[in-house]
Design a protein around this ligand. Structure first.
Ligand SMILES: [Zn+2]
Length: 443
């Protein structure tokens, strides 16, 4: 049987005009019934003078108020456990996940049976888009607990027919022996874990990661998988194709994924989400044009529990709208960082992921691990930007290496840096999300 190129051909290849018509229709009915079941949105819409009945086209959504992550936390404090924005009663919820928030307090995400099935459909599209097929054996290296990269991912890949092997994090030895024993073909994990694991395999097993025979590394959970130098390093180590998918725990576990063209992540859930691009400074809507850059804002048009309207993801993305060879019509996004992560050094915007790209490009002279040291709360940083990196084990001329790193960062990112070279293995390793910022002012 010939390989089917899409999980859901109708949605994934729908013409842009038809997508917009479908979305406008669903938006009007979804927001119309939302005010009846969400005191949170009834209140917000009234305060903003927004009436969902006035929605004629997608452009009219711009009149609706934004939803901030902090509002969701406050809503859950006001009406525990799921908040005034829950939209359904707890008896109708079949599972609760939590978002991994960087500020400590988790937010809870409930799913009804229909929501769970919606997630399964989208995860199936994403993992099919990335190349998972029923004959594959997928080794799962994300956390399996509360985290949305756990059970929802399992449900989706099992739905495709892929053999799912639940390893989770913190079990690197078992992960490697499972790849060997079960003939694993796909590893799915964070990019920082893939890099950590490559070192672990060489040290503990005395083999090259490529000898494991993995065909694909499917990354997610943090932006590294789309950073060219990071992606190439993982691809070289494992001799495998590296793809990425991304989503947002509060919204949908995954809603964008890399196809074989490997030119950004296609939006693959236009029947469940409306995506907007805004200027994070003034909140103005930006047009979906090739090369446009802004913050991704999303609105559910199918969701029972914790439905969100114009939710600010804080993900800063660059958009590609040119046709893709794979035939999918969804615009392609590359996540370039979190808007909250952006640093401003002498007026220049600097993304920690961009620093990581430069540092990774110097492998093996540098190990790739780094920390940006902040002496005061971001985003403003007094130059020079302090960056700690590790030199490679065979590096002897540290003075010239330091000068080289500083020169590259200055040339590529237009930022003056003070680079500190450390011995390999001195910086903390992260199995889950790499923490690139060291908040020295906390100490
Ligand atoms: Zn494509």
């Amino acid at each position: 049987m010939p390989d089917r190129p899409y999980w859901n051909a109708e949605i994934e290849t729908m013409a842009a005009a038809d997508v917009r018509a479908m979305q406008a229709e669903k938006l009007r009915s979804h927001l119309g019934e939302l005010v009846g079941r969400s005191p949170f949105y009834a209140r917000k819409f009234a305060a903003a003078g927004f009436d969902p009945a006035t929605i004629g086209s997608l452009e009219d959504l711009a009149a609706a108020p934004f939803t901030e992550k902090t509002e969701l936390r406050e809503s859950q404090v006001e009406a525990p456990p799921l908040g005034l924005h829950a939209g359904v009663e707890l008896k109708d919820v079949i599972r609760v996940h939590s978002s991994s928030g960087t500020t400590g307090t988790p937010s809870y995400i409930g799913l009804t049976r229909r929501d769970r099935d919606r997630w399964i459909e989208i995860v199936s599209r994403a993992y099919w888009c990335e190349g998972s097929r029923p004959e594959d054996v997928l080794i799962h290296g994300f956390g399996l607990g509360f985290f949305v990269g756990g059970l929802p991912l399992k449900d989706g890949v099992e739905n495709i027919g892929v053999t799912f092997v639940p390893i989770g994090t913190g079990a690197s030895e078992r992960l490697v022996t499972s790849v060997q024993a079960l003939g694993g073909t796909i590893l799915t994990c964070t990019p920082s874990y893939a890099i950590y694991l490559a070192e672990f395999i060489r040290e503990r097993f005395g083999i090259e990661p490529a000898e494991l025979g993995l065909k694909r590394i499917m990354t997610g959970g943090e932006p590294g998988g789309a950073v060219p130098a990071v992606r190439d390093r993982i691809a070289d180590a494992y001799g495998a194709t590296v793809t990425e998918a991304f989503g947002n725990a509060d919204v949908l576990m995954v809603f964008a994924a890399t196809c074989d063209t490997q030119d950004g992540n296609h939006l693959i859930a236009p029947d469940q989400l409306v995506s907007e691009l805004i200027d994070p400074e003034d909140g103005e809507t930006l047009p979906w044009e090739d090369g446009a850059e802004g913050e991704l804002v999303v609105t559910h048009i199918e969701r029972d529990c914790v439905p969100l309207v114009r939710f600010r993801t804080r993900d800063r993305v660059v958009v590609k709208t040119s046709p893709c060879a794979c035939g999918r019509t969804g615009p392609r996004l590359t996540c370039v960082g979190r808007t909250d992560d952006m640093l401003i050094v002498a007026g220049v915007n600097v993304w920690p992921s961009a620093v990581s790209d430069v540092v990774s490009g110097l492998h093996p002279r540098l190990t790739g691990s780094l920390q940006i040291v902040l002496d005061r709360p971001p985003p403003s940083v007094d130059p020079p930007l302090r960056v700690k990196v590790e030199h490679g084990p065979d590096e002897r001329d540290l003075d010239s290496l330091k000068a080289e790193v500083q020169r590259l960062l200055r040339d590529r990112l237009i930022v003056a840096t003070d680079v500190e070279l450390l011995a390999p293995g001195s910086l903390p390793r992260f199995e889950m999300k790499a923490q690139l910022l060291e908040h020295a002012y906390d100490e």
